[in-house]
Design a protein around this ligand. Structure first.
Ligand code: LIP
Length: 272
């Protein structure tokens, strides 16, 4: 079975389950401004069971139940934008990413509130409901909108400084509460960038594939301990790549020898 098609169908199926308790699922705290709902667990269990049946030798890591790495690895965020979901704010998604040999290869993000399905496979493009996606062509940061993801995983002062730098550079800032949907917006060309000082692998694995396959660029999020402990993340287009990386202070270049040695294009040319 094709993992791309499988992930697309599974994300939609899991999202439909999630939406049955939208704004009404029992909620508990995992920490400061970090909630989990009963539906998070249900959705993750459904996704895990489907993967285990279809690809029994693949590894799985999920936000709620964890897991271990593997050559073929699925990264699941059962409900990304959980705080929105719990509050009945229609901005959340199911995010399913797949890495092969440590390289982000397939991404599927389903937004149940709009019935939007974002999918991408390495080397084969990125699509929203079957229509090809391309990142924004905007080359002027003073005309750009950048989503700055936030959580309590980094100090508030560092977040305020990040927002201040983007505003001082002329950019507009938003923060909508779902890293995965923030990356989907970059891939769809709705915004020009996404930056977060710390995000977890399950939040962004799928979105990284979407952005790259839509012609955008990200830092090599999985360098170092990105998979196990998370990392900073930046995603944008070729024209803004160098400038935004400088403004937000997240380097786009990656250590040599990485399989995903993506760096900013010196003159707009994609380098790998
Ligand atoms: C979300 C992340 C994002 C962060 C949000 C939230 P969750 O994950 O995707 O990095 O900005 O505040 O933490 O907890 O909704 O799955």
């Amino acid at each position: 079975m094709d993992r791309f098609q499988f992930a697309a169908e599974l994300a939609r199926e899991a999202g439909r389950l999630a939406h049955t308790a939208f704004g009404a699922s029992a909620t508990k705290s995992k920490g400061v401004h970090d909630v989990v709902t009963e539906m998070d667990g249900r959705v993750e269990r459904q996704v895990r069971a489907a993967i285990a049946k279809a690809f029994p030798s693949d590894a799985i890591i999920g936000e709620e139940e964890g897991g271990g790495d593997g050559e073929r690895l699925w990264l699941i965020d059962p409900i990304d934008g959980t705080a929105n979901y719990a509050r009945g704010i229609p901005h959340y998604c199911v995010s399913i990413g797949y890495l092969e040999g440590g390289v982000p290869t397939v991404g599927a993000i389903y937004d149940p509130s709009h019935d939007w399905l974002y999918v991408a496979e390495r080397g084969r493009g990125a699509f929203l409901d079957g229509a090809r996606m391309t990142v924004s062509p905007c080359a002027d940061l003073a005309a750009a909108t950048v989503e700055c993801g936030w959580s309590t995983r980094r100090p508030a002062a560092a977040y305020v400084a990040l927002v201040d730098r983007v505003l001082a550079a002329g950019g507009a800032v938003r923060r909508a509460g779902s890293g995965a949907l923030g990356l989907a917006d970059v891939a769809a060309g709705r915004t020009e960038g996404y930056a977060e000082l710390h995000i977890n692998a399950w939040d962004c694995a799928a979105g990284i594939v979407l952005v790259r396959e839509a012609g955008g660029f990200t830092n090599d999020f999985f360098a170092g301990e990105g998979l196990a402990r998370g990392n900073p993340l930046i995603a944008t287009n070729a024209a803004l790549c160098v400038k935004l990386a400088d403004v937000v202070g997240i380097p786009m270049s990656v250590p040599m020898g990485r399989p995903e040695g993506l760096t900013c294009p010196p003159g707009g040319q994609r380098t790998t």
